[in-house]
Design a protein around this ligand. Structure first.
Ligand code: NAP
Length: 534
């Protein structure tokens, strides 16, 4: 079996797939991009749920490759909504003629490495087949929804939605009795948005969350002009910081030289920024030292407590079983205050898990909760979920799905030993959405991958693949850094703990996006040591 011969097959037309398609075409390669949705956007297409917006500031949540694009695109808010980011990505796709490369409403059914041809034989669910020299996964870290099932779902007369498969046309929930399962970054946005509009909102909470008050504002033409004037500086700055933002935490050791009062001043300053500066912008010790983490945790608990009128309810809404910042910190705009409303109810599903549906709603601990609509904001099979469902078979018939079921491993997130010419953007064990502003890290990785492919072409070689030793060294380094943090002690999607049976490992590299970038640059400059070019 051999399909249409192309240079590269890109999977996904979201933030990374669009840029990867553009870069490869610009370098002269023939590219086909496969996308499951009927339009571009990826995350920003699927997550059309009420209240969805980005939590990286718009002036760094964008592409840097085109001065024309920077000059012509005007953002309207510091943290834009999902529709605005989708419009931006559609604009980019039109502006750079990317639609012509994309096969929509199509999924990769299998991708097999053909040793003899030196190509990936790819079959899609629409029946198209491709023989591609390079297979580039741009499927996103958070793209396969985790969908819960409960007994008797077929009896439920209401509607069930997952936030990551929200209908594209608005769903009118006014006057409805709505239930929400999940209060991660997604559930928080849904809950705070729906609370004033629906008749009753019942939140089924298993684990409370620390969230930071978002400071959003409108961006008028004057501010946009000052943002644009600053783009040359910040487009470089983002690549030099720990998290791909425009700020950094204090240097290691500084915290110990300060009094608790002085450290509180730093916490206050970061809190006042109303951004993820409050997540990774204070002191690095807060993520590794239990005493420092406890101090910051108490500070955040105090900030949350004053937002909740009822102290017993506050006890339920403020986490007590893990420290602040050890899971991805969501930004909120009225989340805790929503629970002060008489139409918002909190149900603890930790002590008594959800039992089943019944005709009118959900049954928990023998009690019935009538609902017209149930919203699952229950997260994703992060990092590996999507690629593991694509039937990727490498050299000698090895299955990526089986490998990752045993052990989630990659070489710098870019490649996997045994899978020549397969490249991953935002792959497991690279800095990605977990610890990096997505736009910073994916652009750096796509530039590196494109250069590696161009280098291969120019050197007359056919394949690129990491050696087993290089992979082992990266996994070890990744684990060493990860295991020095408190993050690995907490159950969340960061560690794969949200998916039953998933091997436990911190999914993203936490050594710093700037450190990672230097490593990648060195590898490139030195002719790709640890990678076999054949
Ligand atoms: P998540 O953080 O994994 O949260 C899933 C929620 O569902 C948790 O509250 C979890 O409770 C709950 N849940 C899962 N299974 C359950 C069960 N069987 N019973 C009861 N509750 C259950 O997923 P997410 O909120 O979609 O966020 C994922 C990531 O997407 C974020 O961390 C962030 O990186 C990204 N995101 C970003 C933005 C933004 O930029 N503004 C917005 C949304 C999402 P437990 O904690 O008990 O497991």
């Amino acid at each position: 079996m051999s399909g249409q011969q192309i240079d590269a097959l890109v999977v996904g037309a979201g933030v990374s797939g669009l840029y990867q398609t553009h870069k490869l075409r610009e370098a002269g390669f023939s590219v086909v991009t496969i996308e499951a949705a009927p339009d571009v956007g990826g995350t920003w297409y699927w997550n059309a749920y009420p209240g969805c917006r980005v939590d990286s500031p718009a002036n760094i949540y964008q592409y840097w490759f085109s001065q024309d694009l920077l000059d012509e695109w005007a953002w309207t808010e510091r943290f834009p909504t999902q529709p605005e980011i989708k419009r931006y990505l559609q604009h980019v796709a039109r502006r750079f003629d990317l639609y012509s490369a994309i096969e929509f409403e199509t999924r990769v059914r299998s991708a097999q490495w053909d040793e003899e041809a030196g190509r990936w034989q790819v079959v899609t669910d629409t029946g198209s087949t491709y023989a591609a020299r390079f297979l580039v996964s741009c499927v996103g870290l958070l793209s396969t929804p985790k969908v819960l099932s409960f007994p008797d779902e077929e009896k439920f007369q209401g509607k069930v939605y997952h936030t990551a498969r929200w209908p594209q046309s608005p769903v009118d929930l006014s006057g409805q009795r709505v239930g929400v399962i999940g209060n991660g970054a997604t559930g928080i946005q849904v809950i705070q948005t729906l609370a004033p509009d629906v008749a009753e909102l019942t939140v089924f909470q298993r684990t409370p969350q620390y969230a930071v008050r978002m400071k959003n504002y409108k961006v008028d033409s004057e501010m946009m002009a000052s943002w644009r004037a600053d783009y040359p500086r910040i487009s470089k700055l983002v690549h030099t910081t720990f998290g791909g933002f425009t700020w950094d935490p204090a240097e290691e050791g500084v915290a110990a030289t300060l009094t608790p009062e002085q450290r509180h001043e730093v916490y206050e300053t970061c809190w006042a920024d109303g951004s993820l500066k409050m997540f990774v912008g204070t002191f690095p010790e807060t993520l590794v030292d239990p005493v420092m983490n406890a101090e910051l945790t108490e500070f955040v608990r105090g900030k949350i407590r004053i937002q909740i009128d009822d102290s017993a309810l506050a006890d339920q809404l403020i986490p007590s079983d893990h420290g602040y910042g050890l899971k991805r910190v969501p930004l909120e705009s009225g989340y805790y205050e929503a629970f002060n409303r008489p139409n918002v109810h909190l149900v603890d599903v930790r002590s008594e898990p959800i039992e089943a549906f019944y005709e009118q709603g959900l049954r928990v601990g023998g009690r019935e909760y009538p609902l017209d609509v149930l919203i699952m904001a229950t997260g994703f099979d992060a990092g590996t979920g999507t690629l593991s469902r694509m039937g990727v078979t490498g050299r000698d018939g090895r299955s990526l799905t089986e490998l990752w079921q045993r052990d989630i491993r990659t070489t710098l997130g870019f490649q996997v030993h045994g899978f020549p010419n397969l490249f991953l953007v935002g792959g497991p064990l690279s800095p990605s959405a977990a610890f990096c502003n997505v736009q910073t890290c994916i652009q750096q990785q796509i530039d590196w991958i494109t250069d590696a492919i161009v280098n291969l072409q120019q050197s007359g070689k056919r394949t690129m693949e990491p050696t087993l030793e290089r992979e082992e060294a990266w996994v070890q380094h990744h684990d060493e850094v990860a295991n020095s943090t408190l993050m690995v002690t907490v159950d969340s999607w960061y560690t794969g703990a949200n998916i039953e049976g998933k091997p436990r490992r911190l999914l993203s590299y936490i050594g710093g996006a700037h450190v990672y970038r230097e490593l990648c640059n060195d590898i490139q400059k030195n002719g790709y040591p640890g990678f076999q070019l054949a």
